[in-house]
Write a protein that binds this ligand. Structure first.
Ligand code: ZN
Ligand code: ZN
Length: 390
């Protein structure tokens, strides 16, 4: 399909021998994060004339963001970051089709959205979100380009499933320690986690986001990329180098979904029992369901012993919900990530269990695995981007 392009706008790009503006105009890019890096990424995608962008973040603009975020304006304070970046990016390139999705990157994104994207760009500030993006991308076979900044330095790297090393392969013991600290410090309401906030600058954000977007452009054109490698930039000396990562054969993230069926239904109108029946019809009576994410089924109080049943996406459980109403002690969440068929809550819908819209439910019987994409949620997630039908 040919996309109508503004006359002359991209003429300088087309002087590059291998450049194909149509290819960029048709591209679908998922940007996770709308902070300092996300602003620079959106700015670059708009300048480059990339066609379709979904940007995800759940935070609101604060005054302290204004020094590092070229698309935010002082009047945006208090607005959702995704709305402000989308508006700022459209001001640069009015033909950009950008859909702001106010959601938690770790808990609220269905795998269908990852499958929609040609490439995912991570503009994140924490390991938990990177690991979630990484697992999703390796599950559905989509390349992702991570960016990370700290003080004046940064790194940009491209992970390409199924063969390449992934983000989890690169994680050191220190990374795992920091990840565990983030998780255990506040299991509930992780999105409000403030620990580990690092100082960043707009200058380094601009350098790293530029490398990420340049990688995306090359990747979309089949040009040589940083696949399986990272560009490491030291902002004090302005020295940089490229480092290659090793694939860890025991890494948990290498779990590709080889069979997938699209089901035109919504997570809100399919019960767990129905999904289990699909899996059993395809894989045999012993099949179980895997969700690939942690879901909440209750809160247990270690103080008074009361157990409350509570199904809710983890992104919507607050610190206050975690406190026991009877004795005031902080309760422990009871989590699950699959169903064997013995549960007494199989009549709840997948949405009631806390699965995000447009997710993929995975059935497993031994080594045999099959995904069921709830594609009936597609237009709800993509909004106007889906209606334009590209
Ligand atoms: Zn890996
Ligand atoms: Zn209690």
């Amino acid at each position: 399909m040919k996309v109508e392009l503004s006359e002359g706008r991209f003429s300088r790009f087309e002087l590059i021998e291998w450049w194909d503006q149509q290819r960029l105009a048709r591209a679908r890019v998922l940007v996770a994060g709308a902070g300092a890096l996300g602003n620079e990424v959106l700015k670059n995608l708009a300048l480059l004339g990339v066609g379709q962008v979904v940007v995800v973040d759940m935070d609101v603009v604060e005054t302290s963001n204004l020094s590092r975020s070229p698309l935010f304006r002082p009047r945006d304070a208090g607005r959702a970051k995704v709305d402000a970046v989308a508006e700022g990016a459209r001001a640069i390139y009015p033909d950009l089709r950008v859909h702001p999705l106010r959601a938690n990157v770790v808990h609220d994104l269905g795998l269908g959205l990852f499958r929609w994207a040609d490439v995912v760009i991570g503009a994140l500030d924490n390991r938990e979100a990177r690991l979630a993006i990484n697992r999703a991308c390796y599950r559905v076979g989509r390349p992702w380009i991570d960016g990370a900044i700290e003080v004046l330095s940064g790194v940009a790297r491209l992970f390409e499933p199924p063969e390449g090393p992934c983000y989890e392969c690169t994680m050191s013991e220190q990374d795992w320690r920091l990840l565990e600290r983030r998780r255990s410090c506040s299991l509930l309401n992780r999105q409000l986690e403030e620990i580990g906030k690092v100082p960043t600058t707009p200058t380094t954000a601009s350098i790293i986001a530029a490398i990420q977007c340049q990688e995306a452009v090359k990747l979309l054109h089949g040009q040589p990329t940083l696949s399986g490698a990272g560009f490491v930039f030291d902002g004090l000396t302005h020295q940089s180098y490229v480092t290659r990562y090793q694939r860890n054969p025991d890494c948990m993230s290498h779990d590709p979904l080889e069979r997938l069926e699209q089901v035109p239904r919504s997570t809100a109108d399919v019960s767990a029992r129905q999904a289990l029946e699909w899996a059993r019809a395809a894989l045999g009576p012993g099949a179980v369901l895997e969700f690939g994410r942690e879901l909440l089924q209750g809160l247990d109080c270690p103080g008074c012993g009361r157990e409350e049943r509570l199904f809710r996406p983890l992104s919507q459980v607050t610190e206050a919900d975690g406190v026991c109403g009877a004795c005031g002690v902080r309760r422990a969440p009871r989590l699950f990530h699959g169903l064997s068929g013995d549960e007494d809550f199989l009549d709840l819908s997948l949405a009631e269990l806390g699965l995000p819209p447009w997710d993929v439910v995975v059935g497993r019987a031994g080594e045999r695995v099959m995904g069921f994409e709830l594609s009936g949620d597609r237009s709800r997630v993509l909004g106007a981007l889906d209606k334009e039908g590209v």
